[in-house]
Design a protein around this ligand. Structure first.
Ligand SMILES: Nc1ncnc2c1ncn2[C@@H]1O[C@H](COP(=O)(O)OP(=O)(O)OP(=O)(O)O)[C@@H](O)[C@H]1O
Length: 325
């Protein structure tokens, strides 16, 4: 469905100078630097996938989304999406995609939300019956009923974001590009947006490409992640592989009847210790969790014990460290 091959994109940026003399000089002769935003980016995405496109600030995520949605023309490389080259066949192509940029609005600021939807219906030539059906589904699942008649400028960020997502789907696209769709949302709105993305992927088979810094989004939604750093792709694989490659640590929390000697088991690190509770980190490449528990039951009078996996956020931090990005 999506085939990106050898994409490169650079930006020419004017060098900023400080001081009056340097400022006057730069009026006559402006110096530039080249920012290589994308270097030989390659990937393919199959219909129905939800792919998390992750990487630190300035890695090239938004630039990739802009290339894939036809907003930016790359310097070289090819991109074929549903048979279209996004920046060449824009009018026909955009009928098949929905795009949400968390930091920008595609809604008309001063008009009620429902009027923005109606305008988008006309722009995309959506037939009346299809529009009604889609709209009622969007209103119900994104809980838009009470905000439909408010102008966009009066909406909270979370309310606006739900409207943005609805707006991107008015024309029933097969692909949805989401650039930080949960940025700034409260926990309830984040969960609502995540559930909605899952729902349209499952029910309508919409392919989703999602950029986010929120690793809970990734964990909740994506089987596959693509990591980009300094414009180059560094990892493309499923979340499970990532966990087994980098998530080799487990945390054991122990409650026990009073003990005055800290715990020493090779292969574990004590994260915290009191006379009644300890938290250990277990390196499962050195010792198994069951072996640690066995040793603990011999030396302590245990009251409670819980084992948790390494949070995905920690795994991603390790990944960024390994690739030095
Ligand atoms: N229009 C532009 N002009 C000049 N440089 C740009 C432009 N757009 C992006 N860049 C540069 O290209 C690089 C990649 O930017 P991009 O916005 O794709 O990163 P990102 O991964 O989306 O980052 P973030 O997580 O901070 O949103 C950055 O160094 C950025 O400064």
């Amino acid at each position: 469905m999506i085939k990106v091959e050898g994409i490169n994109k650079s930006f020419k940026v004017a060098k900023r100078t400080t001081g009056l003399k340097a400022g006057l000089k730069s009026l006559l002769h402006r110096e530039h630097t080249i920012v290589h935003a994308l270097n030989d980016v390659n990937f393919t995405i199959k219909p129905g996938e939800i792919v998390g496109y992750i990487g630190p600030n300035g890695a090239g995520k938004s630039t990739t989304i802009k290339v894939m949605s036809g907003i930016l023309v790359p310097d070289s490389g090819t991109c074929e999406i549903m048979g279209y080259t996004p920046w060449k066949d824009r009018v026909e192509y955009v009928k098949n995609i929905g795009v949400v940029f968390g930091q920008r609005s595609q809604l008309w600021w001063d008009v009620p939300v429902i009027d923005s939807f109606a305008l988008l219906k006309d722009i995309y030539h959506v037939p009346d019956t299809e529009y009604k059906e889609t709209l009622s589904l969007l209103i119900e699942t994104l809980e838009l009923k009470d905000i439909l008649y408010s102008p966009v400028r009066q909406l909270s960020l979370g309310q606006r974001m739900r409207c943005e997502i609805a707006a991107s789907l008015i024309h029933n696209p097969q692909i949805l590009f989401l650039d930080e769709p949960t940025i700034g949302l409260d926990a309830v709105s984040k969960i609502a947006v995540r559930n909605f993305i899952k729902k349209i992927n499952k029910q309508k088979k919409v392919t989703v490409i999602l950029t986010t810094h929120d690793m809970f989004d990734i964990e909740a939604l994506c089987d596959r992640v693509i990591l980009i750093g300094k414009g180059s792709l560094l990892y493309d694989g499923n979340l499970q592989e990532l966990r087994s490659r980098f998530g080799s640590h487990r945390t054991i929390t122990l409650d026990y009847k009073s003990s005055n000697s800290p715990i020493h088991i090779p292969g574990t690190t004590t994260l915290s210790w009191t006379e009644e509770r300890a938290i250990l980190s277990v390196d499962t490449t050195q010792i198994s969790v069951s072996e640690v528990i066995m040793k603990l039951t011999h030396s302590l009078d245990l009251v409670d014990i819980s084992v948790t996996s390494q949070p995905i956020e920690d795994i991603i931090v390790q990944l960024y460290k390994e690739y030095e990005i």
